[in-house]
Write a protein that binds this ligand. Structure first.
Ligand code: ADP
Length: 425
């Protein structure tokens, strides 16, 4: 029997024979996104132009599914559709992306394309939906999202983390999780790690998928991530948005019913200018900006802890008060090294009339933790960085309290859409 790897090759061969238009195959027309074969089950996504009529889409889905089903050894075939619209800067709400189409043994069903403005549709069973954004990449937005989520969880909240960073979904690496979410009773069950419910574009997309394909697909998928994933019972849903303030980000931010957003920046002037743009984006979207978080705010001198200990010993031994005073002064002056400048985030927050939520120190263990799948909050619960994240979580939760114990609307019947057939468990 053919292995999944061999089957995938045969699936691609078969797709090369399915004509898109004028003798060009669906592969050559770049219409096929991500082909996954697992245990003989084939999942794939077809990309259509925004204005492709639904009948055309369904015909094409049928043609593709029929071609794949003919391959010996292939079991269920799940074809999902998406449109190219997101990257073109149109609001996601009108993009009409993402009908699902299942060719499993039970016959097939056509999922309607989502419509309406999701912003007006709060998520059932979710307390607060908070986005973590940044004006540019590399400032630690994903690091803050993951550790903030873990800190909220440590405080006793039930937390979900949704990673929709198209440029590099980092949640799978940062938490050391991978796999495909399963479906139970028509709801997608998020993966779990360290007590968090997790959903990431990284669970669905191949790492080498070109970004130009990701944008169009995600705006449709994000709405499905929100509406069809079983987030019920989540107090805080943290969303890691892609960096930047371009049309793609705008349309993504727009497809999420946000209760508020935090903007991550580093203290450097350039990052602060970008952060200001980020704030402007949320103002445009009429989303409340909960505040600015300054990441990599300062470096903690590694000798600080030992020096503090030495001062205590010297005091106990009634050593020279001049020496003690000198050491105390050294500690005060050098404990926090402001590599990118001091107080920039706080000043900028004041200038923009936005709350300053706190500083996260720069620490090599943060990077190491992210690379090893053990974020600093679980890797080193006593570290100053963990303390900083806990402070941040307390402040955010304090200012954005959620109703608990089913006081919310979690039992309200949910409107269903027949999507995500491709994820059938
Ligand atoms: P973004 O999501 O903004 O692109 P990441 O969270 O991926 O940024 O962080 C970029 C890099 O910086 C990663 O290697 C991460 O581990 C590192 N990093 C983030 N925050 C810190 C910090 N406070 N101290 C040290 N390294 C950090």
């Amino acid at each position: 029997m053919a292995t999944d790897f061999e089957l995938k090759g045969q699936v691609i061969d078969a797709l090369e024979k399915v004509e898109a238009k004028d003798g060009v195959s669906v592969m050559d027309a770049l219409m096929i996104e991500k082909v996954v074969v697992k245990g003989g089950e084939v999942n794939l996504t077809v990309i259509f132009e925004d204005d492709a009529p639904k009948e055309t889409r369904w015909d094409m889905e049928d043609k593709i599914a029929d071609a794949v089903e003919e391959i010996d050894g292939v079991g269920d075939v799940n074809v999902m559709s998406a449109t190219r619209s997101g990257a073109s800067g149109k609001p996601a709400a009108s993009a009409g992306g993402g009908g699902g189409h299942s060719h499993s043994h039970g016959g097939h069903s056509h999922g309607p394309a989502p419509s309406g403005t999701p912003q007006s549709k709060p998520l059932d069973g979710v307390g607060k939906v908070i986005a973590v954004a940044s004006g540019k990449g590399g400032v630690g937005k994903s690091t803050v999202s993951v550790n903030l989520a873990l800190a909220l969880s440590k405080l006793g909240h039930s937390v979900g983390l949704l990673d929709v960073d198209i440029y590099g979904p980092s949640l799978p690496t940062m938490l050391g999780v991978n796999g495909r979410p399963t479906v139970r009773e028509k709801r997608i069950i998020p993966l779990e790690a360290e007590g968090l419910k997790l959903m990431s574009l990284g669970f669905l997309m191949e790492e080498d998928t070109p970004v130009i394909w990701r944008g169009p697909i995600v705006s449709g998928i994000i709405r499905q991530f929100l509406q069809d994933v079983d987030w019920k019972g989540t107090d805080y849903l943290i969303i890691d948005l892609p960096p930047g303030t371009g049309d793609a980000q705008l349309s993504l931010a727009q497809s999420v019913p946000l209760d508020g957003a935090v903007v991550v920046t580093t203290p450097s002037d350039l990052a602060l200018i970008d952060a200001a743009r980020g704030l402007q984006m949320f103002k445009t979207l009429k989303v409340e900006v909960l505040g600015i978080i300054e990441n990599m705010a300062h470096y903690v001198w590694p000798g600080a802890a030992e020096t503090r200990e030495a001062i205590e010993l010297l005091k106990k031994d009634k050593a020279s008060s001049t020496a003690i005073a000198m050491l105390e002064k050294t500690l005060e002056k050098h404990e926090k090294i402001h590599i990118f400048g001091d107080g920039g985030g706080r000043k900028e927050a004041r200038r923009l009339g936005t709350p300053f939520l706190g500083e996260i120190p720069l620490d090599g263990d943060v990077r190491a933790g992210g690379d090893e799948g053990k974020p600093i909050v679980v890797r080193d619960p006593q570290s100053p960085v963990t303390e900083a994240f806990l402070e941040l979580a307390k402040r955010l939760a304090g200012e954005n309290p959620v109703e608990k114990d089913g006081e919310g609307d979690s039992d309200k019947p949910k409107k269903r859409r027949g999507l995500f057939s491709f994820l059938r468990g």
